[in-house]
Ligand binder design. Structure first.
Ligand SMILES: [Zn+2]
Length: 289
């Protein structure tokens, strides 16, 4: 179920669906066409299916989506080599006709990277003037090819070709655990150094963000279930730190921290300064919230 997404991205989407706060534009990027298409379909089924937190693949809604019979959803594919301006105009016409009869009016633009300059500029209008319950989903192997003005108006969802595995060393994990529990105890003196250290290697920032997110999510699971459960991470002192942090935070604060991590992850995806974003997070974690 949404196996090709990092936990953070998966959480962003599930959050939007749960709270019915769908954004008007999503960009799925970072993988091959097949994996992007599969992930978008899974997202749509999760949005419509009423049987499961994700999707069941058995109900009427799931079947309609699998067989391309959901009338809310229009797929737009490139016409020979590119997405032509006529296709964008047709979409805009359909949006202007949008009827309240349907739950949503969804357009999936496959291979958005092949939009011509003309198409991109016309499309920008749609993003600038969002229509209620209209959702645009773009797929593109790479996001760098798209216009910055388009990028800045979508929620970015990174898709991975391979199921993601977290590979942090025990030393890295323990450093993060120690830092977090110090911050939670009110020791803010090292916040700047910790932020710098965790963002020094650009390629690792996402892994660290994901790890911190997973850790707090596990603390929340532990708090709610109160069981000595086994988590996927069987490394060294994972369970010990879960218990330690559990004693330092309320359920309400945990939820706020998780929301904050989702937010800073989004900011970093939009090229915000990672070190400042982490610093902001750590100050937040240290506050009485
Ligand atoms: Zn279903």
């Amino acid at each position: 179920m949404l196996d090709n997404l990092f936990e953070t991205e998966k959480n962003i989407l599930l959050n939007h669906i749960d709270k019915d706060t769908m954004s008007h534009a999503y960009l799925f990027y970072g993988a091959g066409e097949d994996v992007l298409d599969k992930t978008i379909l899974e997202f749509l089924k999760t949005l419509y299916c009423k049987n499961s937190k994700y999707y069941c693949d058995e109900c009427e809604e799931c079947i309609k989506i699998n067989t391309n019979n959901n009338i809310d959803i229009t797929h737009i594919y490139k016409d020979s080599a590119s997405i032509k301006i006529k296709q964008i105009r047709d979409m805009q016409y359909k949006i202007s006709l949008s009827s309240s009869e349907y739950k949503y009016n969804i357009f999936v633009i496959h291979n958005a990277d092949t939009m011509t300059i003309e198409s991109s500029n016309a499309f920008l209008k749609t993003l600038e003037e969002p229509v209620k319950d209209t959702i645009i989903i773009l797929s593109s192997p790479s996001k760098e090819i798209l216009l910055p003005t388009i990028l800045s108006r979508c929620i970015h969802i990174k898709v991975n070709d391979n199921k993601v595995t977290l590979s942090l060393s025990d030393e890295e994990k323990n450093y993060i655990f120690e830092s977090l529990s110090n911050i939670l105890k009110g020791n803010n003196l090292n916040n700047v150094n910790i932020s710098k250290k965790l963002t020094k290697d650009k390629n690792k920032v996402e892994n660290y963000t994901l790890f911190i997110m997973k850790f707090f999510s596990d603390v929340l699971i532990y708090k709610e279930s109160n069981l000595d459960m086994t988590f996927n991470d069987k490394s060294s002192d994972y369970m010990e730190y879960i218990k330690q942090v559990n004693n330092l935070v309320t359920k309400d604060k945990l939820q706020k921290i998780i929301d904050k991590i989702l937010y800073i992850n989004e900011m970093i995806n939009y090229n915000a300064n990672a070190s400042l974003a982490f610093l902001d997070l750590f100050i937040y974690i240290g506050e009485d919230i």
